[in-house]
Design a protein around this ligand. Structure first.
Ligand code: FE2
Length: 295
């Protein structure tokens, strides 16, 4: 068997067959998957009964795993999963759905806003890999929007306007837009805004894309309301249905995506029922712009 990829959306997304990712991969299989990522930006694998260890091993084929510290409000002692696994379930350490008022749950609702994983880090993530262990019976689809197609279809004046713009990204902007404004001093320091270019160029294909995320809340050198209106316009353009793929999860699906050229969000689901989704994140290797250290 060899890796085969079939495009399943008009502009992006490949469905992969002919590979068992629970086993160690041959170099040509890794190369085929990476080439598929460069081209389709989202790859869907079905029927991959992964353990956490196997998921981490598969992910490391594409680079080092990202250090998850600084990306959430949870305390280490409350973790349900081992280090290296990002818990994007609705479950507490006891394996049950979190309480409605749980601060962790409310913080995690930010995943329902369009975003690019780790855009709040100075060196943002390369790939995310999400494995469906328990699928929620109602809702919980994940949607992906192609930021290359979004960029390509902007008018020339907008492309010229945004070419060199730099945004500030922070978890406090995305959560702030949901009305969460309460953070400890430690969290404020951890979530200090970082700078990201608004237009990115893919290191392999050379394609440009919009680098949008709900974490973006300001543009350097632009009054805040003007910046936010521009960002809203761009987000509205970028997430029109023709650029969006909706993934309906089956148990043991693994979906991987390139955060450098995609946004995604999860849709609402029945939070009284479990939704056990486990993510690994492959670290990026470069900042998109220079950071100015706070004085
Ligand atoms: Fe995400």
């Amino acid at each position: 068997m060899s890796v085969a990829i079939r495009q399943i959306h008009a502009v992006f997304v490949g469905e992969v067959s002919g590979v068992d990712i629970t086993r160690p991969l041959a170099q040509d299989e890794v190369a085929a998957i990476e080439a598929g990522m460069d081209r389709y930006a989202v790859l869907v694998f079905h029927d991959q009964k992964l353990t956490d260890e196997q998921q981490m091993t598969f992910s490391r084929n594409f680079g080092a795993l990202e250090d998850a510290r600084g990306g959430n409000i949870g305390r280490p002692e409350d973790r349900r999963l081992e280090v290296g696994m990002n818990d994007v379930s609705n479950l507490g350490k006891d394996g049950r759905p979190m309480d409605r008022e749980s601060r962790q749950r409310l913080f995690n609702l930010g995943n329902m806003l369009w975003h690019s994983d780790s855009s709040f880090r100075a060196i943002p993530a390369k790939y995310s890999l999400l494995s469906a262990r328990v699928v929620n019976p109602t809702g919980g689809n994940t949607e992906f929007a192609d930021m290359r197609a979004a960029y390509d279809t902007l008018d020339a004046a907008t492309k010229a306007l945004i070419e060199d713009l730099v945004c500030e990204h922070s978890l406090m902007y995305s959560r702030g837009s949901l009305g969460m404004h309460d953070y400890s001093e430690e969290e404020r320091a951890m979530f200090r805004p970082v700078r990201q270019r608004l237009v990115r160029t893919h290191p392999v294909t050379g394609r440009k894309s919009l680098y949008l995320s709900s974490h973006a809340g300001a543009i350097i050198g632009m009054p805040t309301p003007e910046a936010r209106v521009l960002l809203r316009d761009l987000n509205e353009h970028a997430t029109q249905p023709r650029f969006v793929y909706v993934h309906t999860w089956r148990r043991w699906d693994l979906v991987m995506w390139d955060n450098r050229q995609m946004m995604h969000r999860v849709r609402r689901y029945d939070e009284k029922q479990p939704r056990d989704m486990r993510r690994t994140t492959v670290a990026g290797d470069a900042a998109t712009t220079t950071q100015i250290e706070a004085a």
